[in-house]
Design a protein around this ligand. Sequence first.
Ligand SMILES: NC(=O)c1ccc[n+]([C@@H]2O[C@H](COP(=O)([O-])OP(=O)(O)OC[C@H]3O[C@@H](n4cnc5c(N)ncnc54)[C@H](OP(=O)(O)O)[C@@H]3O)[C@@H](O)[C@H]2O)c1
Length: 319
Amino acid sequence: MRAIVYDRYGGVDRLRLAHVPVPTPGSTEVLIQVAATSINLSDWEGLHGSPAYARFGGLTRPHRKILGSDIAGRVVAVGADVTRWRIGDEVYGDTMPRLGGFAEYAVVPASALAEVPAGLALIEASTIPQAGAIALQAVARAKPGERMLLNGGGGGTGMFAIQLARAAGIHVTAVDNADKLAFMRELGADDVLDYRARDFTTTGPYDLIVDLVAARSVFAYRRALAPGGRYWMVGGTGRTILRVLTLGTLVGALSGRRIGVMAVRQGPEHFSPLAQRVIDGDVSVRIDRAFPLDEVAAALTHHGEGRALGKVVITPQGA
Ligand SMILES: NC(=O)c1ccc[n+]([C@@H]2O[C@H](COP(=O)([O-])OP(=O)(O)OC[C@H]3O[C@@H](n4cnc5c(N)ncnc54)[C@H](OP(=O)(O)O)[C@@H]3O)[C@@H](O)[C@H]2O)c1
């Protein structure tokens, strides 16, 4: 099969198209013919091996040679102990930490998958697992009427989180680069901030801050929180994680606030409720662009350049 592989951490020049054997599913796994794999920031992080947590399982070289975690496709083979899925089923899920979505076929644990519901296209389904699970769990931490700030709100997770928060009656301030401000307003953000022009920690105060790209000091986060407010780091620099887990916990406790890292629960029960919201018309999926398999490097560059309005998706079988 064709796959985009890499052997060393670095830029998109490390990626190459290769012909590799179709993987064989283990007894509790299924083999998927991949129709679509959406790009997440975690793919970029896995390519670069940065932040440090992206090297989990491969300190000096990537353990998994094929990136791509949010996949949708058809089941073409099942392991001996799999009873949930049959050949031909349309499924989607997050293959993290196994990865393998930037390929024509991928092996996935049967338990990581959900059935693609009627009314949802495979390409749309591929946008949901990782970003959807984060968005649902982040927004569930705010109550109606509260003020929530979403840092990095113009990306894949933000696309869902802004819409979910707005529908729940939460006041949303979304932060991203200037090219994404109109997009975030269109999704339902009440206020928007350009991170290159404004430090969000000097605004507020907020009841909930969800940070997808954390890189500031815990004192700055503390400053932006209302009494009883919560700051949750979802992604960001390795240094910031360490600070948040140590000093952040202390500063939060001493000031009547909470500052912590959000461990996102993954799996079908955590993302499939979002598919239903999409089918019901409460939440829309925005796909900025689809790229063929041999253009994964261009797709990652497009995502990384900060101009994508919505998800960027790879379609390994072609359009
Ligand atoms: N905690 C967990 O259990 C868990 C689980 C899964 C994933 N994650 C993490 O969750 C995050 C999910 O991100 P995603 O896939 O939604 O990312 P994404 O689609 O890349 O969106 C991130 C957005 O943040 C913007 N941004 C970059 N630097 C910024 C800054 N300094 N201030 C404000 N915005 C900034 C980006 O814009 P530009 O284009 O301008 O850079 C982009 O629009 C990742 O960090 C991933 O590692 C965490």
